[in-house]
Each structure stands twice: as structure tokens, then as C-alpha cells.
Design a protein around this ligand. Sequence first.
Ligand code: FCB
Length: 419
Amino acid sequence: MAAVPRIFVPSVRNNMTKILKFPKGFLWGAATSAHQVEGGNKNEWWAWSYKKSKMDILGIKVQISKTGRAADHYNCYEEDFNLVKKLNQNAHRFSIEWSRIEPKEGQFNFKELKHYQNVIRALKERNIIPFVTLHHFTCPIWFYRKGNWLNKKSPDYFNRYVEFFIKNIKEEVDFYITINEPINYASWYLPLQGAYQGNKWPNLLDILRAIKNLIKAHQKAYKTLHQYGPKNIQVGIAKNNIFFDGRPKILVSLADWYWNRMFLDKIKNEQDFIGLNYYFHSRIKPGFKNPKNWINQNENKIVSDLGWEIYPEGIYHVLKDLKKYQKPIYITENGLADEKDKLRENFIKDHLYWIHKAIGEEIDIRGYFHWSLMDNYEWEKGFWPRFGLIEIDYKTLERKIRPSAEVYAKICQENAVFM
Ligand code: FCB
């Protein structure tokens, strides 16, 4: 491997004057999702946050906290997009809150649709290309009550919402992501939902059933979006892929197949691009003493505030594996919780180093969205992890640009990384 700052070694960096140019037209942006930033959503997460119980799942403490007004992005989106512009980003990924559009089954809310129309227009007015996600971990309460993604009609319910949206939204959008991280969602969040409700831990069959329905939902939505959407529409999913290594190889391959490939293989004829969310390097290390450490993500010395190992090189391996699908790739998420903003600058540069290397090896990568534009609600962990390029003061709602965001702004402006 090339002599590069695989992890953060400032002295190495200072001796390097490398400029890595990115392809013309590369998209630079950041991502958010509705429930994490908007505030005021009434979906199944909102409903759980009113349950008092706490849970301890495999040693992970879970307490769903209330989102309240979150970063109030629902009301502050114009101000936030001014910051996006100021930071030289030319694209932005965000999500539509299904529970706002279809709060009761089959009853659609045109006022909320208009809201998202205004959001899209606000981006376009600023020459920022919208990437719209239709499902990012949340659903309306009625859908949840019907059994969520275990209901065999769930792909049809989802498709009805997608069809309403694409037929009625008056602003054209070229890039749609149907579902965010379906495997992560089915394997972690759906079981969590069951467990949190005091139900029993769902069995593997339930998880596989949910995955099957998510595949169907994507396939149907893909067709619907192409049928009613603009001529140039590009539809994909955002897939959280992990760089697996370790031993034995058979387990590594199994993990790789289940987590990274199974879903993509099934939808290979129904995707125009692949969205990649990259966060993890997992070493498989079976041992009978502590089964929960079979997948160990934390051997590296440098970790984020969440204890997640920082391993930029992994994105390169994951990208190489995606090459076989022969589709354009957008990095739809990559980021870290780093309240003090000590690691973020190098985190971004080092990941971009490996992305650039993959581009040099003829992998068609067309954009990078940092997670996240601003601090937000990190699901079962609440508000404490700080993923934002922009810091949010949750008391005053003041926005403050973090120093690393200025560095990223320069990268976006120059279409190049200065290592
Ligand atoms: C991803 C999710 C995103 C955010 C980041 C940290 O798995 O898609 O909403 O929570 O992790």
C-alpha cells in the first residue's frame, strides 16, 4: 500500500504537498435526514420516546429520547441552505418524512408536500443539486401498527406514498434514493423497535422477511419513480457497506455477502447508481468467551466520540468491491461524531485520499456527501453525538460553522484535496 496517512499522522501530512484533483462535475455536499434534524415529527420514533422503559441490548444501553424541535431545520432550512452555499457545497442530501406526507393511511397532506416543494426549490435557487431520500429509518404510526416491514403488503404501502409524491411534487429532482441502509435497518433498528416495545427479540426469519419486503419496496418504487418522474431521473439506494476482514475467511465471506452484497445483487437491474454509506471496518474474530466481540470494530487507536474505529482505507476496499456492479457511485454518507472537531479535518482528507485512489483505478465515483451537515438526533443514542460540520446549540438554535467545515469548503471550491 502507498505511504499515505492511513490514520492521522500530522507530521507525515506536513511533509506532503500532494494535490488530489477530482473529476470535473464531482458533487460535493453533506447529508441529513428528516427525523434527525427537522423537529416536530410524529412517527414511530416519536411514539417510542414517550415510553418510559430503558433497555439494555447486548450491553448497549438504549433509551429513546425525545426529538422535540431537534435542530428546527423544518423552519430554518433557508438559513441552513445559505450556509451550505457559503460552504461551497454544490449538492445536498436530505429525506422526506413519510409520516408528514401520509399521516393517516391513504390520506395525503398537500401542505406538507408543499413544504418539501419549497425545500427543493430553495436548494435549486442556490444551485445546489438535491438528492432526495424517501425512507430514512422512520415510518408513519399507522404503518408501524400494521406490522411495519413484516407486513407483506408493506411494499405496496410504501409504493403508494412514493407514487403520490412523485406524481404531485412540482419541483423536478433528478436523484432519488428510495431507502436508506436497508440491511442495517432490518438487522438492527427493526429488532430494536420490537425489543423496545417489550416484544420478544425477532428471530432471523423476521429479519429476512423484512429484507425481502424492503427489496420489493425498492423494486416497485424504482419503477414508479421512472414511470412518473422526470426524464433524467436516477434512482438508487443508500447502502451501508462495511469493510470486513479477519478470520476465518468463510465467516468473513458470509458477513460480506449478507451485509454488503445480498441486497445489491437482488436489485442490480433496478438501480441507476449506488449510494454508499461508509463508517465501519469490522474484524471478525470468533471466540466463545465473549460472543458479542465476534465482530470487533475497535482495534485501531483512533476512534470517534462514539468509539467507532476510524479506518479510511476501508472505503477503498468497499469501493473496489462495488466496481462489479458497473454503476456510478455516490458516497451518500461518511462522517464521525467529534464534538471537539479535532479529528474531522483529517478524517475527511484521509477518506478522500482513498476515494481519489479508487477513482484513479477506474471506479466511477461521482460525489461525496459528508454526514452530516449539522449536529442532529443520532437515533437510539440521542443528541449527544456531534456529527455536524455545523454545530447546533440546541438551546438557542444558533448555528456555528466548525473549523473542519471551512477546510471542507475549500475542498469543495477547488474540487481538490490538499494533503
Ligand atoms: C447512518 C445513518 C444516519 C446516521 C449515521 C451516523 O447509519 O444512515 O442516519 O445516523 O449512521
